[in-house]
Design a protein around this ligand. Structure first.
Ligand code: HOZ
Length: 428
């Protein structure tokens, strides 16, 4: 595969941008090689600046549930941009998008738009602290909720990929307010709550973890958190930045029938534009400024382009059969991968939930960060590179998810399954 243009651009980028990238995982550090510079995308495909073509399962790390450059999203953006790009004043589309969110995720009775997932989670936590008058929060090891100080503790995604789940620059005093529990270990959460009785404002969780690879919640885990929160006056926050409109139309809360007090969204909700949102119970969200005193603001919040792309995306995914098709394709590919791994006798742990999927080269079933860390990440790197030269673009990290889009065709899936088998043959 010829990558001379990407190589040259990366060399330039490294002189101006830390590590040559504006977000760490995309640097390919943990899988070897150098990042590809992307020229364009259409449907399920990506093309790099050297003209190499790929079937893309990163999908901009989740937002592109419709695939790249979906015509209806582009048309909405083209129409909107004619009227101006930002006003810092209310626009009608903010109400429209809030209405869509409320209809598809009914627990979000009130919604505040922000510009990224990180903003959404840090704002939701401030609201939880302001509402309860408590300071501590519980998060799960390996869950990633953006890069706010107190959330960057044993965090997944790039932090784990690059071997730094706790970042320098996070004051110990901030991190001390974040209590850590193991994902899928309800007993540990119970104990933690008991030993910090009356002090915990919120439990924040990725209802399907997607930043330590893909880890599904075990039976009763989310329900157990809900009950515990109700008993102790703790707010339950579902970070659905990744799972929202991804694992089902109403997110993980619809799929697992558990209603959180607050939800954070990002990714799909902006159809590829930078956006986030948080929302939930009316009595809680009514405390947000200027309705209440809990302050949070943003110049680009409710940005017209982001609202337009979000609304256009939700309109398409609301059509009959959309999720059935997406889930069927994801399950098919996951089964093909599982069969190939089993046939080859490779120890593995594989999961798909809705349109998210992932697998580990692991000897035991992965159900937490602690078990995820035991996987063979170096072997994943080899696998990643073999897939890439066969035209398949998977996440450049063993601790991220793969995403199916509506644009992936049967031929794409068959090509991917074949590349998967060939890649296993090469690396094992
Ligand atoms: N942290 C995101 C993945 N879970 C974004 C990675 C990137 O854009 O490089």
């Amino acid at each position: 595969m010829m990558v001379s243009k990407s190589k040259a651009l990366f060399a330039q980028a490294k002189t101006l941008i830390p590590g040559g990238v504006n977000s760490p995982v995309r640097a390919f550090r943990s899988v070897g090689g150098e990042p590809l510079f992307i020229d364009r995308g259409a449907g399920s495909r990506l093309w790099d600046v050297d003209g190499n073509e790929f079937i893309d399962y990163v999908g901009s790390w989740g937002p592109l549930v419709l695939g790249h450059a979906h015509p209806e999203v582009l048309a909405a953006l083209a129409e909107t941009m004619k009227k101006g790009l930002s006003f810092g004043a209310p626009i009608e589309m903010e109400i429209e998008l809030a209405r869509w969110i409320n209809r598809l995720v009914p627990s979000m009775e009130m919604v505040r738009m922000v510009s990224s997932g990180t903003e959404a989670t840090m704002s939701a936590i401030r609201v939880a602290r302001g509402f309860t008058g408590r300071d501590k929060i519980i998060k799960f090891t390996g869950c990633y909720h953006g890069h706010a100080d107190y959330l960057l503790v044993k965090a997944g995604s790039g932090a784990t990929t690059l071997g730094a789940p706790d970042s320098p620059g996070v004051p110990e005093a901030f991190a001390a307010l974040t209590l850590l529990c193991q994902y899928n270990n309800l007993a540990a959460v119970q104990e933690m709550v008991e030993s910090n009785s009356g002090e915990v404002a919120a439990i924040i969780v990725e209802p399907v973890a997607g930043n330590m690879g893909v880890v599904a919640p075990g039976p009763g885990f989310l329900q157990g958190l809900r009950e515990l929160c109700d008993k102790e006056g703790i707010l339950l926050i579902f970070d659905e930045v990744m799972t929202g409109f991804r694992v089902s139309k109403g997110g993980a809360q619809e799929l697992f029938h558990v209603e959180p007090d607050l939800t954070t969204l990002g990714k799909v909700i902006g159809g590829g534009m930078p956006v986030g949102a948080y929302g939930g119970r009316r009595d809680i969200m009514s405390q947000v400024s200027p309705a209440g005193n809990i302050y949070q603001a943003g110049t680009l919040s409710g940005n017209p382009m982001a609202m337009a792309a979000g609304i256009a995306t939700l309109k398409v995914l609301d059509r009959p059969g959309f999720y059935e098709d997406l889930v069927q394709k994801t399950t098919w590919l996951k089964n093909e991968m599982q069969e190939a791994l089993t046939k080859k006798g490779v120890p593995h742990s594989i999961t798909s939930v809705g349109s998210m999927f992932g697998f580990y080269f692991a000897k035991e079933k992965v159900d937490s960060y602690e078990t995820a860390l035991k996987c063979d990440a170096a072997l994943y790197g080899k696998y990643f590179r073999e897939m890439l030269i066969r035209g398949i673009y998977m996440a450049p990290s063993a601790y991220e998810a793969a995403f199916m889009s509506a644009a992936h065709s049967e031929a794409d899936l068959e090509k991917t399954a074949l590349a998967f088998k060939e890649s296993l043959n090469q690396i094992l």
